[in-house]
Design a protein around this ligand. Structure first.
Ligand SMILES: [Cu+2]
Length: 129
């Protein structure tokens, strides 16, 4: 019995050595609903070399486990920005962001600069004497 355990331990160890290039990193990725989570995880894990992608919606964090030899994290993050989400140091373009469904619009939810300033006093310049 002990021997079996040893063999298992040894094989786990050597498997670890073979996959020494696998790293786990966490990035800030913006998203808003369950659909965002699904899309982000699906896209990230579609990359060859990405072993797992887990998005934490509350924490706005994406944790990637990937093989450095097969994939670059910045490529994954850039791909995420192309579907409309800010990822790490990369920002989604306004164009990509605009394509998101309403439920996914994380930028508007912050309440900063929504662009709707009605009733501002335009044209009320006083051309005084
Ligand atoms: Cu969403």
């Amino acid at each position: 019995m002990k021997r079996i355990i040893l063999i298992i331990a040894a094989s786990v160890l050597s498997a670890g050595l073979i996959q020494a290039k696998t790293v786990e990193k966490t990035y800030t990725v913006r998203g808003h609903c369950g659909m965002c989570k699904m899309k982000i995880e699906k896209l990230a894990s579609s990359f060859e070399g990405v072993e797992s992608a887990a998005y934490d919606l509350k924490g706005q964090k994406l944790t990637l486990k990937y093989d450095k030899k097969l994939v670059k994290d910045k490529d994954v993050l850039k791909a995420i920005t192309r579907i409309g989400y800010d990822a790490g140091k990369f920002k989604a373009t306004d164009e990509a962001y605009e394509k998101l469904p309403d439920c996914c619009r994380y930028r508007e939810i912050e309440g900063v600069e929504t662009g709707d300033h009605h009733g501002e006093h335009h044209g009320e310049h006083h051309h005084g004497a």
